[in-house]
Design a protein around this ligand. Sequence first.
Ligand code: BT5
Length: 326
Amino acid sequence: MKKPTVLSLLMGGTGACSGEELSGKLGVSRAAVWKEIQVLRKLGYRIDAAPHTGYRLLSSPDRLIADELDALLRTRVVGSRILCYDQLDSTNTTAYALAEKGAADGTCVLAEHQRCGKGRLGRTWNSPKSRNILLSVILRPRITALDAPRVTLAAAVCVARAVERETGLGARIKWPNDLLLNERKLCGILTEMSAETDRVAFIIVGIGLNVNADPAELPPGSISIASVLGRVVRRAPLVRSILTELDAAYGRIKDGVFDGIASAWEEYSGTTGQRVIAHLPGRTVQGAAQGIDTDGALWIRTDSGLQERVLTGDIVHLRRQTKEGS
Ligand code: BT5
């Protein structure tokens, strides 16, 4: 159980909280409570202070603030510690460095802006300041490096579920772990790890989710939740949902139990059934995507009738084939 804060008590209460009540519950002076109220107001929280009733939280800013996320979360491991930064080079790079220094399982790093956000294979991730979710989670599962890609598959399912729950939008997974809406990229996941011979030391699951960015601020082919819904979406509840889903999945993955992940992935797959091109080292494979196996490899039935198993790489969705074959 995390220590209560002024913010968590104001968020948890149904009515106003007096300064005396807050100072009693937190074991600090009323002056210290007043000081904390001023800090929260500076961060953009609107807090009413009435002489006889006390403090009441009227609204929260759309900023990702550790105290608020702590107060929203009811997870076991994921979110055990939350660190929110204004600016970083990359949340994955910071999370990796923290993990090397022994940061706890489930530690989360968030940033409002990344100076050098990373994609896979040396590509970049671009996100305008304070509009989207840039999140990295440190996990320490008891698995081998060979099983690590399955953690990424599970993470894609978790984000798809959270987006569906919070916004009603049905994002689809493009193999291996992009989320698409209307065939445009909504979310990318970058998993990095440190492994010894027989065991993973830690995995960093880095999630970039476009929430409120205008697609004009993003690379071509991108989309955001707000651009589809036509309204701004608060990011904190979305982060809470993503971390809650990850926590539930991690309860099983931590001990190497991956049952049901491939089938959950298939439920959200936008790739299975599509005509695709896979770019592999030195060659390309074109055909119908048939789905993934338990290792997360994509099976493609090529036009010559052969079955190809693609374990890593990039694919492009081609236009869905109609009955007439057009
Ligand atoms: C990914 O790589 O999709 C993984 C992206 C992971 C980003 C997160 S943000 C938090 C954490 N910290 C980091 O530094 N990274 C992770 P990849 O499949 O290689 O896709 C990269 C490509 O997506 C780029 O080459 C662009 O074409 C495109 N792209 C870049 N920014 C985008 C955005 N905001 N929305 C959609 N597409 C984008």
